[in-house]
Design a binder for this molecule. Sequence first.
Ligand SMILES: *Cc1c(COP(=O)(O)O)cnc(C)c1O
Length: 379
Amino acid sequence: MLVHTICIFNPAQEVKLTMAARIYNFNPGPAALPLPVLEQVKEEFLDFKGSGMSVSEVSHRSPLFEEVLNDAVARFKRLLKLPDDFKILFLQGGASTQFFMVPMNLLPNGSSADYINTGSWAKKAIKEAEILKKSCNVIASSEDKNYSYIPKGFSIDPSAAYVHFTSNNTIEGTQWASFPETGGVPLVSDMSSDMLCKPFNPAPFGLIYAGAQKNLGPAGVTVVIIRDDMLARVPKDIPTMLRYTTHSEKNSLYNTPPCVAIYIVQLVLKWIEDSVGGLEAMERRNREKADLLYGFMDAADFYRPTAAKDSRSLMNVTFRLADENLEKKFIAEASQSGLGGLKGHRSVGGCRASIYNAIDLKAVQSLVDFMKAFVDTNG
Ligand SMILES: *Cc1c(COP(=O)(O)O)cnc(C)c1O
């Protein structure tokens, strides 16, 4: 049994220390954070770097906070090996706000953009562009097969303002193994659920966005990586807060940013750089985890991954039980054994194990051990 609570009562100080053991957390988002990050947050939450204040109590314009912000920017640039013409912004409103900010800022009237529909989030991005009455062409879709694969063999309009795609489809469990070739048309990607899971070449990207709560940190901040030539497109006749230029010109400090969320993202970046050893090491870790889980399921016919083999996600492993009637029991018993968050998204059902960066091999091994034992008693 993994979940237990130890309470130590110290009558001398009247301090109740609670040490709660943690579960293996396969939640899709908000999701597990690296334990060393949470421990550091706990450690310095009352007195941040000797200031006598919590990081949530200091001014966002103080050198103390600016150091956090600038360190997060610098680490992003190093981890992604970003050329100098990219800016990192920390915004609010979630990835869902980017669905309309992208066409509002980057798609001038009279031009059109290409969109690839690989799942529910991609579809929402398309819908927001349409609400703005922007011209968007859906050049490929996998909706015909419940979004179980990543489309191939589509052609891109060479005059498109950008090509929008969702790099990892959180709900359907698919991921682009390599990114679309566009012949120079800027790529725009929603990387909310796989940002920093592996290295990639940033050069073809005009803009990348990600809500932090899957793979980067807590909810409340959205990271936007934008290239200078995209900033040059931003029109002046949209509200100040909705213009990328407003935030790039002020280093994300035009208004009060979500300071605590940015601070935790900074610690996660530090963990990836200094403890994991960068994105190549991160990818090795992620592949090892995914291979273990998919490999186990492929070897038996009890569990069935839902994504096509060449489109499987390293981050969100979606699967059904051969006997779907057993799924409820599977999820409930897993939860009783300290394995949480395995229920599939309500729109698709089934099961999903989200194995983001913060999940280690031990957690996935424990899941596989539980899955084996479940076959033994129910197979
Ligand atoms: C979770 C998610 C979103 C929505 O993010 P919010 O921050 O809740 O707006 C968008 N796209 C993808 C790929 C997601 O996984």
